[in-house]
Write a protein that binds this ligand. Structure first.
Ligand code: ADP
Length: 190
């Protein structure tokens, strides 16, 4: 199985590159952000609770997102592999993911981090906010809070995969095709 963690701050281009990877490798895309937005649009209890946190730029609790990922892994037993996008976002989530995959006789192949500067991120997110309809993209204060959450809680997840020798970073600034080519050269090495 090819199990990739696509890593990087909000606005780094994970969703865009995930679409390319799904087409090329036939992987299942698991974006916790998309799964949470699905819960919100369906008006579930989980969605109602998550919305408050998401709108202010905070992370939702680990057990909520771990539960969602566990359900999706069970629902896609025959998959050729997965792209994890926006997950794991804390070291506790990374540990839980290792355990979930191990219990299925699988493992993470590697983490690929997209490197983008903070000022570029802020610009991209504000631009996305003009069309995405996402409340968390429209407000500069919320964007800064998301980047802070990333630096405080999510950036350490890179160290978790570095220890396992599974971390690679690539330049996330450039054309979509250039960045996709860099991702492919990392995957070829697996
Ligand atoms: P971004 O474009 O900022 O990377 P996502 O669409 O992945 O955002 O997620 C939007 C929001 O959903 C996050 O700011 C957070 O509140 C919540 N969220 C998504 N994934 C996770 C996760 N793995 N753990 C905790 N909260 C999450």
């Amino acid at each position: 199985m090819l199990n990739l963690v696509l890593f990087g701050p909000p606005g780094a281009g994970k969703g865009t590159q995930s679409q390319n990877l799904i087409e090329k490798f036939g992987l299942i895309h698991l974006s916790t952000g998309d799964l949470l937005r699905g819960e919100i649009s369906q008006g579930t209890k989980l969605g109602i609770e998550a919305k408050k946190l998401m709108d202010e730029g905070s992370l939702v609790p680990d057990e909520v997102v771990i539960g969602m990922i566990s359900n999706k892994l069970d629902a896609n037993k025959d998959a050729r592999g997965f792209i994890f996008d926006g997950f794991p976002r804390t070291v506790a989530q990374a540990e839980a993911l290792d355990n979930l995959l191990e219990s299925k006789g699988s493992a993470i192949s590697g983490m690929i981090a997209l490197e983008v500067t903070d000022s570029e991120l802020e610009q991209r997110l504000l631009k996305r906010g003009e069309t995405s309809g996402r409340a968390d993209d429209a407000n500069p204060e919320v964007i800064r809070k998301r980047i802070k959450e990333y630096n405080d809680k999510t950036a350490p997840v890179a160290g978790f995969y570095k220890k396992q020798d599974k971390f690679k970073s690539i330049n996330g600034i450039g054309s979509i095709d250039e960045i996709f080519a860099s991702i492919n050269s990392v995957i070829e090495a697996y």
